[in-house]
Design a protein. Sequence first.
Length: 231
Amino acid sequence: MEMKRRIHLELRNRTPSDVKELVLDNCRSDEGKIEGLSDEFEELEFLSTINVGLTSVANLPKLNKLKKLELSDNRLSGGLEVLAEKCPNLTHLNLSGNKIKDLSTIEPLKKLENLKSLDLFNCEVTNLNDYRENVFKLLPQLTYLDGYDRDDKEAPDSDAEGYVEGLDDDDEEDEDGAYPADQGDQTRRGRASRTLLAEVQKDPRARFATLCLTKPSGNHWVYHSASRQDP
């Protein structure tokens, strides 16, 4: 589905100024750019564009109230200075699974003074020596990087995972760690992959990790992880 069409469906007869959350995951972008969004979405606080083929965020409109932005699993390799200009009040940014290779690419995020949490899982930049230490130096306003603070303490769920405002209690994670099947796979995968990848990243002996999705009973999906380490 094209992004413009998806936005039209998500509006559900509302005006853009009524929308606080917008999820556009897995739709098609036009030539790798954001389309269909305008500065009329002036109350937008959460925007998710996971796996839509983005190569640029240049078309992002001015969104002064945007707090949380999901850009994971796209093909972004630069141009992040746009985020500071268009979304000056961001607190949470997920860039996991993009083509970010070096620290200079994320340097423009310095201007996001309120940025509290940044995710860069599955980006080449995470392979650099002293990656975590250098990112915290570059972006001193950060509290959490890839779900952990400077002292390797895990962020609370509300900080470490994707933000979806207004979920009912029935929609949240069950005690056994399962999620109702009608929630988006990307949300469930986000929490599971953060936990798994952070564990692997913290242990230099780790060489292999898997993430699988099973449906053991009822209408609940459960993620399991397994890792193999060198002796």
